[in-house]
Design a protein around this ligand. Structure first.
Ligand code: F6P
Length: 543
């Protein structure tokens, strides 16, 4: 098997290293000058998205070599194994089938011999009925009043996807419904979310795959007390709490009737779950029809990823270009820069998707990885970032590849706003790639040391992703594009993108520290000196 050879020892990797050395510091100015067809050559289309990767520091040969590496690392076989429902999450012995969540009724996808598609559609039907009942006011609160506020309580994948999707699709949301999200165990999050809400008109969606996550359970318990303090009847819980989970026993234990539970399955990873029942708040907000369009967008990108030739396959090409930047150009981070206010939470969502997936340092076989893995994802909507951190991207000492995301048509046309927004998107990519030479600066009359301050070196890579309009379908395609890029990179690195053991230790230690912070009697502390001192300081000052 190819994966038994350390990645960096494979002939395909060596070929890329040699190619990288030969490319040296060849400037994007030269690459564009040499190849007039470059923009077309490196523009790819899929599922309503167009991505121009021509401002990446690649040549046709780079892509050929990257594709050879991907093939040698078994990308196609690994992708097909995922779509077939094989247990590719080997450390948790689970299938990875978020693609089944958006598969049409007519498809058949098996896990352990059972077709999961009918189960998916059964839950979707229940979600549709519930969402419609809330939206139309048929679902009443305990006192007979209509629900006007939805509060989703969850964290990580049970929060970031729903918040991102709600913000992204707010244009399509039913505006007389207030939708809020509580994730942090900091009581301020819940307190601020509910302070102006009427308990009799508020519905909580407790979203947790495991239904044991400390933050979510604490928030859900406090939300329950908040409700009961006002409505003063345990029976009220049934009309004001619904659960989204894979764990029926814990849902019951919390006191939520399983009739008000929407299930999903262990083959859906938390960060890949935004269109499982975890998307209930999204469906209530935007309605079942828009939600179906969202699923359609995901599925269109899934089909593209599954069937398109690798050299035209958008997630494959962008995933490999990202790996090139990370491993051969030494770019340790990726800035995601949506020129679209509605996508303001998209970078935060991508952080969990990409970093919890590919922040790994051992291979599937448990060996140390031989190349840097998951880059750091970060970002803010344009144009705000331009007046904050873009300086470093333009003139700093680090290479920060950028993903610019924009839409040809605005959902909120207002005077010149959208033209200016798009002009900035285009200008930033141009400035990063081509920069400004000392000669150009001098030609403007600048002299002396100031010249160097005003030089823009350029040669800074970016990809521009465009769609006509931010619709539910386009959002689905965009998210699936990043999901599959993450998969492509993990496949080449030979790591498991679907477990997250790295979050466990902190959870365990926090439990121990909580009991020490809350102990009535001074506890005997057995941590390191720093941790002991911090706990003593907090105990002394907390009161
Ligand atoms: O932080 C670890 C994690 O397990 C994430 O992967 C997950 O999205 C999050 O916690 C929330 O988990 P749950 O949905 O089980 O509450």
């Amino acid at each position: 098997m190819a994966n038994n050879t350390p990645l960096t020892a494979t002939p395909q990797w060596k070929a890329l290293e040699a190619h990288r050395a030969a490319l040296g510091s060849t400037h994007l100015r030269a690459l564009f000058a040499q190849d007039p067809g470059r923009a077309q050559r490196f523009t790819f289309e899929a599922a309503g998205l167009t991505a121009d990767a021509s401002k990446q520091r690649i040549t046709a040969e780079t892509l050929t070599l990257l594709l050879q590496l991907a093939e040698a690392r078994g990308l196609t076989a690994k992708r097909d194994a995922m779509f077939r429902g094989e247990a590719i999450n080997t450390t948790e012995k689970r299938a990875v089938l978020h693609v089944a969540l958006r598969a049409p009724k007519t498809s058949r996808i098996e896990v352990d011999g059972a077709d999961v598609v009918p189960q998916v559609h059964e839950v979707l039907s229940r979600m549709r009925a519930f969402a419609t009942a809330v939206r139309t006011g048929t679902w009443k609160g305990h006192t007979g009043q209509r629900i006007t506020a939805i509060v989703n309580i969850g964290i990580g994948g049970s929060d970031l996807g729903p918040v991102m999707a709600y913000e992204a699709l707010r244009f399509y949301a039913q505006r007389d419904l207030t939708v809020r999200f509580v994730s942090n165990v900091d009581g301020a999050d819940l307190a601020e979310a509910v302070r102006d809400l009427d308990p009799a008109r508020t519905l909580f969606i407790v979203a947790s795959k495991t239904f044991t996550t400390q933050e979510t359970m604490e928030n859900a318990g406090s939300a329950r007390r908040w409700l009961l303090a006002a409505l003063k009847d345990e029976q009220a819980v049934a009309r004001h709490f619904v659960a989204v989970s894979t764990n029926e026993a814990e849902v019951r234990r919390f006191g939520i009737d399983p009739a008000n539970m929407f299930g999903f399955w262990d083959w859906v990873g938390g960060r890949y779950s935004m269109i499982s029942a975890i998307g209930l708040s999204t469906m209530v907000a935007i309605g079942p029809e828009h939600y179906d369009a969202l699923l359609g967008g995901f599925h269109a990108m899934d089909e593209h990823f599954r069937t398109a030739p690798l050299e035209k396959n958008l997630p494959v090409v962008l995933g490999l270009v990202g790996l090139w930047n990370n491993d051969f150009l030494g770019a340790a981070s990726v800035a995601v820069l949506p020129y679209e206010q509605y996508l303001k939470r998209f970078p935060a969502y991508l952080q969990q998707l990409t970093m919890e997936s590919n922040g790994k340092s051992v291979t599937l076989e448990g060996e140390a990885v031989s190349a840097p893995t998951g880059p750091i994802y970060w970002g803010e909507p344009g144009t705000n970032g331009q007046h904050s951190f873009y300086q470093l991207i333009h003139q700093g000492t680090r290479v920060v590849p950028c993903d610019f995301i924009g839409f040809c048509q605005s959902l909120q046309p207002l005077g010149r706003h959208h033209a200016l927004l798009l002009a900035n998107l285009v200008a930033q990519g141009e400035a990063l790639a081509f920069g400004k030479t000392a000669e150009q600066v001098k030609a403007e009359g600048v002299t002396g040391a100031l010249v160097n301050h005003k030089v823009f070196e350029g040669n800074r890579p970016s990809t521009t992703i465009l769609a006509d309009r931010l619709t539910p379908a386009v959002l689905g395609s965009l998210v699936a594009l990043y999901e599959h890029q993450t998969f492509v990179q993990a496949a080449v690195w030979g790591i498991n993108a679907f477990d997250q053991w790295g979050v466990e230790l902190g959870k365990v230690l926090a439990k121990a520290v909580a009991s020490e912070l809350e102990a009535a009697k001074e506890p005997t502390l057995a941590h390191d000196g720093s941790t002991n001192a911090l706990i003593r300081h907090l105990r002394a000052r907390r009161a």
